[in-house]
Design a protein around this ligand. Structure first.
Ligand code: IPM
Ligand code: MN
Length: 369
């Protein structure tokens, strides 16, 4: 198959983790004789420095002509005093809007070997497998009006959704749940917010199309608690933009590290793939970053944009293998070593790469017989 992939590695640990994900993509292309045309462009802080804008026109144009975009991370402390529209994050938000993907899929899985990495008890997290479906183009992030009126010392944002914006993301959640454990938990704040009342009414309406799915509603504050109390009780969690941003970081606690979480945004003209972790400027360039989130993000790209499900699964299996063998990056290392081996970003990437090559080679050998 033929495919154009744009890499926007961005800031902080973005480039080092993305590099490992790109190695994996190249390997899949080579072993499967796929033609992946991989291009790199600037976004975020590095783009502000080079071109005085967090999303240069050339990056946007190339993204729109690509079949998929893989992003590392954006943001850095030196930009913290800039107004929102000039910060690195603004480049990402502009890109999200331009590509049009509205359903951001964020799986959070507790791997058995990492269960004791969670500050929660292992018996609470073991077996948890949650898929967050975060609405990505609406709510407070994009709602108008928005302003900081400095003279009047007042600022406001708008949490706004139309029925159709809720309906389309709800359908994605129900479709995905029908291939999983058939449960959707819709998260809102309908006891206080009108926008959440519309959200809940719309989700209930769409649920009629999916009689085989169990639908449950939780207020976001209660959900934040239940996620920690009983993470196994969740299958698909459907929620609006800001709630999804917050709850998916919280869910990192279940997996053992934010560095484990991938994401993919679907539903628009071009799908956008980005690990959930940020730019982590404090550890950038030190080989301490965990590339697994980025590598699993590449797997999501192959699944949702290339239709290469078997390769996506092979990558996920490689990650499980390498973790099973006791390899850890710094974020996953525990004070009691019990057989774990701590690797740099590069080394972890290379181990996963080797395991993947073996899996694909074995698969091809079986097919050749
Ligand atoms: C995320 C990030 C972004 C968001 C930032 C960098 C704009 O936190 O993808 O979770 O808030 O959506
Ligand atoms: Mn976030």
């Amino acid at each position: 198959m033929k495919m154009k992939i744009l890499i926007v590695a961005g800031d902080g640990i973005g480039p080092e983790v993305t590099q490992e994900a790109v190695q994996i993509l190249r390997s899949v292309a080579e072993m499967g004789s796929h033609d992946f045309e991989i291009t790199e462009k600037l976004i975020g802080g590095v783009a502000i420095k080079a071109a005085n804008t967090p999303l240069p026109q050339i990056t946007l144009d190339t993204a729109l002509k690509s079949d998929a975009v893989l992003l590392g991370a954006v943001g850095g402390n030196e930009f913290n005093s800039l107004p929102p529209e000039r910060r690195p994050e603004a480049g990402l938000l502009q890109l999200r809007r331009a590509l049009g993907g509205f359903a951001n899929l964020r799986p959070a899985i507790s791997y058995p070997q990492l269960a004791s990495n969670s500050p929660l008890r292992a018996e609470v997290v073991e077996g948890a497998n949650i898929l967050f479906v975060r609405e990505l183009l609406g709510g407070l992030y994009f709602g108008e009006p928005r302003k900081w009126d400095r003279d009047a010392n007042v600022a406001w944002n708008t949490m706004r959704y139309t029925r159709d914006e809720v309906a389309r993301v709800a359908r994605v959640a129900f479709e995905l749940a029908s291939k999983r454990r058939k449960k959707v938990t819709s998260v809102d704040k309908a006891n206080v917010l009108e926008v959440s009342q519309l959200w809940r009414a719309t989700v209930m309406e769409i649920a009629q199309e999916y009689p085989e799915i169990t639908l449950e509603h939780q207020y976001v504050d209660a959900c934040a608690m239940h996620l920690m109390n009983d993470p196994r009780n969740f299958d698909v969690v459907l929620t609006e933009n800001l709630f999804g941003d917050i709850l998916s970081d919280e869910a990192a606690v279940i997996t053992g590290s934010l560095g484990m979480l991938p994401s993919g945004t679907i539903g628009g003209t071009v799908n956008l793939y980005e690990p959930v972790h940020g730019s982590a400027p404090d550890i950038a360039g030190k080989g301490l970053a965990n590339p697994i989130g980025a590598i699993l993000t590449a797997a999501m790209l192959l699944r949702h944009s290339a239709g290469l499900e078997r390769d996506a699964q092979a990558i996920e299996k490689s990650v499980r293998n390498v973790i099973g063998q006791g390899y850890r990056t710094a974020d996953l290392a525990r004070s009691k070593p019990d057989g774990q081996m701590v690797l740099t970003t590069r080394e972890m990437g290379r181990r996963i790469h080797e395991s993947l090559n073996q899996i694909i080679e074995r698969r091809q050998a079986v097919h050749a017989v």
